[in-house]
Design a protein around this ligand. Structure first.
Ligand code: PEP
Ligand code: MG
Length: 308
């Protein structure tokens, strides 16, 4: 029992019977790494690169980008770092690149859709990431935001390979991409589910709208069903499928996600200890039972009560 308690309070994430679940951190720049990530955090599951581009009239220079990425990679030693390419538009407008005349920016030209219109910005970013990766030991993975179709995912992976990046994946934030996750995995190496946007688009509910909190509840069975589809596709293809949205930081939901077959959870570093302790309370088989019951629940409240 003492050993179990110790395992629950430190080290990498695992269930009571030792099934590993990578616990990773969401960061915005090297500044977030100043105090260390805390014991047992196995790497960075979401490096949001928007910060580098904010409050500027032009994109940052190539050298500036290399320096910013290198600072994060160096701080992580040989650990995994999943870099997300520029996610501009909607809730993250950037003056030099975001169209400002869209009636509905959340459904407009954002994320990878901007990159397709301005390919030079994406190419320069991928080259800078590859250069920073080449000169450090970090295990660098790169993923694109707001991918909707397998063709978009495959095009992105090709761009990554052309730039010299070995591991290329996509974020699953659009329901269409979740439904086609098996086809998506034929063209990319991994999936990372962004539950903030996936909730927004599944429920047609603005993620910034507090009044719609009930629809945006990450325990909504419809959201869990899309996650289950992605996890099953990952299992069949032998690929990693992680969650990097807010849902990953909920200790109870972490048990459900693990039971659905999710292989990594990325969150704000301060959320890691509670998630680790929660996972250590259940065997993988128990997680799967709990996940099955949550999926079958009538609504979010009923799904949540499966654990209580
Ligand atoms: C998400 O959408 O869940 C996500 C992780 O990305 P962001 O919150 O930066 O849109
Ligand atoms: Mg998002």
């Amino acid at each position: 029992a003492r050993r179990a308690a110790l395992a629950a309070s430190s080290g990498p994430g695992r269930t009571a019977d030792g099934h590993g679940v990578q616990l990773l951190a969401n960061v915005g720049s090297a500044k977030d790494l100043a105090g260390g990530l805390g014991d047992g955090v196995e790497g960075i599951g979401l490096f949001r690169t928007e910060l580098l581009y904010l409050d500027r009239a032009e994109e940052p220079s190539f050298d500036e980008q290399v320096e910013a990425y290198r600072a994060v990679f160096e701080a992580m030693g040989s650990r995994k770092v999943v870099v997300r390419t520029l996610d501009a538009g909607a809730d993250k407008p950037l003056p030099f690149i975001t169209p400002d005349d869209e009636p509905n920016p959340a459904l407009g030209v954002r994320g990878i859709r901007i990159a397709e219109k301005r390919p030079a910005v994406l190419r320069s970013q991928l080259k800078a990431i590859a250069e920073a990766a080449r000169t450090t030991d970090a295990d660098v993975w790169v993923m694109a935001p707001m991918i909707s179709t397998p063709a978009e995912g495959a095009r992105f992976a090709e761009e990554c390979r052309a730039a010299g990046i070995a591991t290329a994946g996509v974020m699953i934030e659009v329901p269409a991409a979740a439904l086609r996750s098996a086809a998506m995995l034929r063209g990319v190496d991994f999936l990372s589910i962004g539950t903030n946007d996936l909730s927004q688009y599944t429920f047609a509910a603005d993620r910034m709208c507090g009044e719609l909190a009930e629809l945006l509840d990450p325990w909504q069975p419809a959201l869990l069903e899309l996650i289950a589809t992605c996890a099953a596709a990952g299992k069949a293809a032998g690929r990693s499928v992680g969650v990097c949205g807010e849902a990953a930081s909920d200790p109870g939901l972490a048990v459900v996600l693990t039971g659905l077959g999710i292989s990594s959870l990325s969150m704000s570093p301060r959320s890691v200890p509670a998630v680790r302790e929660s996972l250590a309370r259940y065997t993988l088989a128990e997680c799967a039972e709990i996940a099955k019951a949550a999926l079958a629940a009538e609504d979010a409240a009923a799904a949540r009560s499966v654990l209580s």
